[in-house]
Ligand binder design. Structure first.
Ligand code: GDP
Length: 139
């Protein structure tokens, strides 16, 4: 049984490029219901905690610098089979490999600045949602 909740962020470069509204519109038009939404900026320490699973990877320092470089939007999304549905919807990690019309193909500018985050498991969706939102912030 798979869950119906996933967590996403719109990453700093997509925000800087003025694509926040278009990305949120694409998410809603894709049938994802927004359960919580927040505009915020991560500190370096928060970005390091969020991406701690990648701490041994060569791109960890650059990724956490990037993710704390400007405002992001964090959101909890609901849809049947949400994890897979949203990962299919945003496309491959590298925008160059992402299927046409996906969010990463449309708005990603590099493998790092790939426009959006999407949770990779039900367990991580709950952890990531809890990182940004208290239950009182869910609709
Ligand atoms: P995702 O689940 O598709 O987001 O991909 P991963 O969990 O593997 O990686 C997390 C994030 O790290 C990605 O969304 C990218 O922003 C970044 N990333 C992944 N691979 C690379 C890489 O090879 N180089 C750099 N600079 N960033 C990467």
């Amino acid at each position: 049984m798979t869950g119906n909740i996933t967590f996403t962020m719109i990453k700093p470069k997509a925000m800087e490029n003025g694509n926040m509204g278009k990305i949120i519109a694409q998410i809603i038009e894709g049938g994802f219901k927004i359960k919580a939404l927040k505009l915020t900026t991560l500190t370096k320490e928060q970005a390091m905690e969020f991406y701690a699973v990648h701490k041994e990877r060569p791109f960890y320092d650059g990724l956490t610098d990037f993710m704390s470089s400007g405002p992001i939007v964090a959101a909890i999304l609901e849809k049947e089979n949400a994890i897979k549905a949203y990962r299919d919807f945003i496309g491959a990690t590298n925008p160059a490999d992402a299927a046409e019309g996906t969010i990463r193909a449309n708005y990603g500018t590099s493998i790092e600045a790939n426009a959006v985050h999407g949770s990779d498991s039900d367990e991580n969706a709950q952890i990531e949602a809890g990182f940004f939102f208290s239950k009182r912030e869910w609709v």
